[in-house]
Design a protein around this ligand. Structure first.
Ligand SMILES: Nc1ncnc2c1ncn2[C@@H]1O[C@H](COP(=O)(O)OP(=O)(O)O)[C@@H](O)[C@H]1O
Ligand SMILES: [Mg+2]
Length: 235
């Protein structure tokens, strides 16, 4: 099974502890979400999974294999991809060039063309705009580029850091529909968000992170009905 099992993870920057004994299960085939306010430690958790800010304690098991201590590119090669906060497209490269970067580990041109075809099926708009510079596209279109780039790695697990940040409500909705669709194609998703309502609407299971600790977890429906979650995240 390609589950990601995080146990008692502790991470610090210099001498400041940011994650405290974080334990989460990202179950294969599902959308698992982590809800947390600004500064809760969501991005730090992602950085820890990829070894960018190595945890100082705890374990990260991927399909039974320990990830902590591995180099970032070896972790990526295990089939884990990330769509970073703020999307981070390369503005002076074309859409097609941005997408190609996501497939850098695969050398077989035929396989890459196939993957590109699948991305263009999900995002016909990117096919129309293949030669346009990514920096000249709208925020919503850049979001498509960043998701498409993640898919070019054909990951087993896709980790998405705050996809709704800075997008208009229409694009947020579209983006979440795409994430749901990607999951239905068989890709496991770990979705990190502040937007509780729409995140819980597409997730199977969720965790609430407050100041670096998991303070609640449950099925998406249970969390949506949880009074504390409602008052903290539904406004
Ligand atoms: N590179 C860093 N160096 C020191 N502290 C950091 C760094 N990045 C984040 N932090 C701190 O860690 C905490 C968690 O940040 P972060 O993981 O980015 O939260 P979130 O993604 O949930 O908004 C915050 O208090 C933040 O100020
Ligand atoms: Mg963040």
């Amino acid at each position: 099974m390609s589950d990601l099992v995080v146990r008692d993870l502790c991470t610090r920057y210099d001498t400041v502890d940011v994650l405290h004994d974080v334990s989460i299960d990202v179950v294969q085939g599902r959308i698992t979400c982590i809800l947390g306010a600004n500064g809760a430690g969501k991005t730090t958790l992602i950085r820890s999974i990829f070894g960018l800010t190595p945890p100082r304690a705890g374990s990260l098991l991927w399909g039974g294999r320990e990830l902590s201590g591995m180099k970032t590119h070896d972790i990526v090669a295990q089939g884990i991809a990330c769509i970073p906060e703020g999307r981070k497209v390369f503005p002076r490269m074309t859409v097609a060039e941005n997408l190609a970067l996501g497939g850098f580990l695969e050398k077989d041109e035929h396989i890459l063309r196939e993957r590109l075809g699948k991305v263009y099926e999900i995002f016909p708009r990117l096919a129309e705009r293949a030669t346009q510079l990514a920096g000249t596209m709208s925020g919503g279109e850049q979001a498509m580029v960043s998701i498409g780039r993640g898919l070019m790695a054909e990951p087993k697990l896709l980790i998405i850091d705050e996809p709704s940040l800075g997008l208009s409500p229409l694009f947020v909705k579209e983006n979440f529909n795409v994430i749901k669709h990607i999951n239905q194609l068989g890709i496991t998703v770990l979705l990190v968000e502040q937007n509780a309502r729409q995140t819980l609407a597409i997730s199977h299971y969720g965790y609430v992170l407050t100041q670096g600790r998991v303070v609640a977890h449950g099925t998406a429906q249970t969390l949506a009905e949880n009074d504390e979650v409602r008052s903290a995240y539904f406004g």
